[in-house]
Write a protein that binds this ligand. Structure first.
Ligand code: AMP
Length: 368
């Protein structure tokens, strides 16, 4: 069977690498000729909206998936209709994941707690939102924001002016700032036959809006139960197929949904070595209608993102038990270049390894 991947970033690359042992073939589409997945799978080089290339993908593949939530929905909808291509996860979930307002409405409809928010389309609406929700808060672009880009923290009226000047040219939303104790994410798969597989909760530490560290399993069982309940509501709502991720803030023991991603997720990279079946393999199994693999943790994992530049591989490989993943990208400040994972026998040993790894890499973040 052949899987088409729209987007050939590191997530597409890890999907392909997980699929080869299952005997799967891949064909990717990406505007970047040197995209990471294109180094391990055939690549159609062109725009995500190129109808000719999308049609080729549809003709040659049994199922089409995506590795980026901002892939234009219209092109995928057209090949689903005209070429009867099977696109998974569902396009309705993709469309919701592209718009923070649609996400918030979905969370509210499914009674999943989220931050207080208001849509902002003008300077006057920003004033109204500030009055209704108060300070501090975060002004975010509705679309195309990622890794802390397209958002501004507003603590004072003066900040509001600056944030508006910076972001005001596109549709926005303003939401309450959550002084969270920690951030967590839940990742789960639903197969086309409705089978569910939910991974242990991930504890995530961000620096400047970018994920630096994930630890899993993380947190008490009641957080796991709550997060899984919320995830299952969203999976059922969309009659979903594939991997879905929801990120939460934790404040006074309460989970507050921040956003969802209709795809495999950076906070799930630990599952490659740290779970019985990786998120990448389970995404493929789910969309191909194969039985899901067990989502149990093999131990206590820590995943550290390598950002901006790859450290010399020998520096990391000299450390016992470090699994290194290099995405094959050119170095650029702030760019996710690779990651490494350790799996330990206890949470305490895992946390000590995570701290040592971050120190070796010169990363300064506060680990709760
Ligand atoms: P996002 O792009 O929404 O995932 O935001 C990136 C990161 O910014 C989050 O993981 C948080 O660390 C921080 N952040 C975003 N929104 C809020 C908020 N309302 N309150 C506190 N921190 C936030």
């Amino acid at each position: 069977m052949k899987v088409g991947i729209v987007g050939a970033g590191q997530l597409g690359r890890m999907l392909a690498l997980a699929g080869y042992p299952l005997g799967l073939d891949f064909l990717c589409l990406d505007p970047a000729a040197e995209a990471p997945a294109g180094q391990v799978a055939p690549l159609l080089h062109g725009a995500f909206t190129d109808r000719r290339l999308l049609a080729r993908l549809a003709r040659q593949c049994d199922v089409i998936t995506f590795d980026w939530e901002n892939v234009p929905v219209s092109g995928l909808a057209a090949i689903a209709q005209r070429h009867r291509a099977r696109v998974c996860p569902p396009l309705a979930a993709l469309a919701t994941g592209q718009d923070r307002v649609a996400e918030k409405r979905l969370f509210e409809r499914l009674q999943i707690p989220t931050t207080r928010w208001q849509a902002v389309g003008s300077r006057r609406e920003l004033s109204r939102a500030l009055a209704a929700i108060g300070l501090p808060g975060v002004l975010k672009t509705r679309r195309l924001g990622y890794d802390g880009k397209g958002q501004a923290l507003i603590r004072t009226r003066a900040d509001a002016e600056q944030a508006w000047a910076q972001l005001g040219s596109v549709p926005l939303l303003y939401e309450q700032y959550v002084p969270f104790e920690c951030e967590v994410s839940i990742i789960g798969a639903r197969s086309v036959h409705g089978e569910l597989g939910i991974y242990p909760l991930c504890g995530n530490v961000h620096g400047a809006g970018v994920l630096r560290l994930t630890r899993a399993p993380f947190g008490p069982p009641r957080w796991q139960r709550r997060a899984a309940l919320y995830l299952e509501r969203v999976l059922a709502h969309f009659r979903y197929s594939g991997i879905l991720t929801i990120e939460f803030f934790v404040r006074r023991g309460r989970l507050i949904a921040n956003e969802m991603a209709p795809r495999v997720h950076n906070s799930g990279h630990w599952t490659i070595e740290g779970a019985t079946t990786s998120q990448f393999e389970n995404h493929l199994r789910a969309i191909l209608g194969l039985p899901l693999g067990a989502t149990r943790a093999r131990g206590f994992s820590a995943m550290v993102n390598l950002i901006g530049a790859m450290p010399p591989p020998a520096q990391l490989l000299a450390l016992a038990g470090v699994h290194l993943h290099d995405y094959g990208k050119h170095a650029r400040p702030g760019r996710k270049m690779g990651h490494c994972t350790v799996v330990e026998a206890s949470a305490a040993a895992r946390d000590a390894r995570a701290r040592a790894l971050l120190k070796d890499l010169g990363v300064e973040v506060r680990i709760p």
